[in-house]
Design a protein around this ligand. Structure first.
Ligand code: 13P
Length: 287
């Protein structure tokens, strides 16, 4: 069932767990994540970066694929189709394409401009029943061309953006897209606690979910994080399984070159990691 992410994240805050956002790249990714969510009775958010949207020939294609797949696979758990780190223009494109949720990442703008554009997009999204995520501070590292300095969010700025009526908020707390470097200082829980104290029950979003140790994930959830984004880890599981298949020479045996066979181990790899994350986040059985 395609829905906005508002209700599932409200429930997550109340139930002290988090819903995973898993980014999609193609049909295999989408199918693996949807099936895993259904098998584990977990709500799920499919994240689409602007780069991935372009790769899949546009947001309209993505939206049509997801809607059709939900129907053909009989997916009954709540599924949100969400734009990840959207630009102002990208948000409008996704609204038109039939997404159920958008993220406007205005974190690189001066706060006044972030406020102005977020205000406008909150109205647009809510008029159409979509959920909307905003960002304050910035997520470090790079994802599909979106580069962030890794600034810790200012709690007062978080409060300003929260008061605009966004449904969930991404606040930089030392999290980074991609693999964490050896010398990473960890998440800034003081900043998270200060933000939480000001924004109350607004669901908070933890980007850069790949490689964050389990205790930190649990602590973050206890401090109000209700949505955790994972992208790189699915890519790594897919890559590792595909590499193994080829290194074992399986693509050279019989019809092992058939793309449906060649991509099958990677597909299973994504299912494995998504299930692990759903268990860690506590969303299994919550649909
Ligand atoms: P990772 O690639 O580090 O898991 O981050 C995903 C993310 O935050 C998507 O917005």
């Amino acid at each position: 069932m395609l829905v906005s992410a508002t209700e599932m994240l409200k429930k997550a805050v109340e139930g002290h767990y988090a819903v995973g956002q898993f980014n999609i790249n193609n049909l295999e990714w989408t199918k693996a994540i949807l099936l895993t969510a259904e098998e584990n009775k977990s709500p799920v958010i499919l994240g689409v970066s602007e780069g991935a949207g372009k790769y899949m020939t546009g947001f309209k294609t993505v939206s049509a694929m997801v809607e059709a797949m939900i129907e053909s696979l009989n997916i009954t758990v709540p599924v949100a189709l969400h734009l990840d780190h959207g630009s102002y223009e990208g948000c409008y494109q996704c609204v038109k394409a039939g997404f159920s949720s958008i993220m406007f990442d205005g974190s690189h703008f001066p706060i006044e401009e972030n406020v102005e554009k977020t205000t406008e997009l909150v109205h647009v999204a809510h008029n159409l029943g979509l959920s909307i995520e905003a960002e304050v501070g910035s997520i470090g590292g790079e994802e599909d061309g979106v580069v962030g300095a890794g600034e810790i969010a200012d709690p007062d700025e978080c409060k300003r953006i929260a008061d605009l009526g966004v449904d969930f908020l991404a606040a930089g707390i030392g999290n980074i897209h991609g693999k964490y470097p050896e010398n990473w200082k960890g998440l800034d829980f003081d900043a998270l606690a200060k933000i939480k104290a000001l924004v109350g029950d607004l669901p908070l979003v933890l980007h850069g979910g790949t490689g964050i140790p389990e205790e930190m994930i649990q602590k973050a959830i206890s401090l109000g994080v209700a949505k955790i984004n994972v992208n790189t880890e699915c890519q790594l599981y897919f890559q590792e399984a595909t590499r193994k298949y080829i290194e074992e020479g399986k693509d050279l045996q019989g019809k092992g070159f058939d793309p449906r066979k060649l991509l099958a181990p990677g597909f299973e790899g994504i299912k494995t990691i998504v299930k692990e994350k759903m268990e860690l986040f506590g969303s299994v059985g919550k649909a």
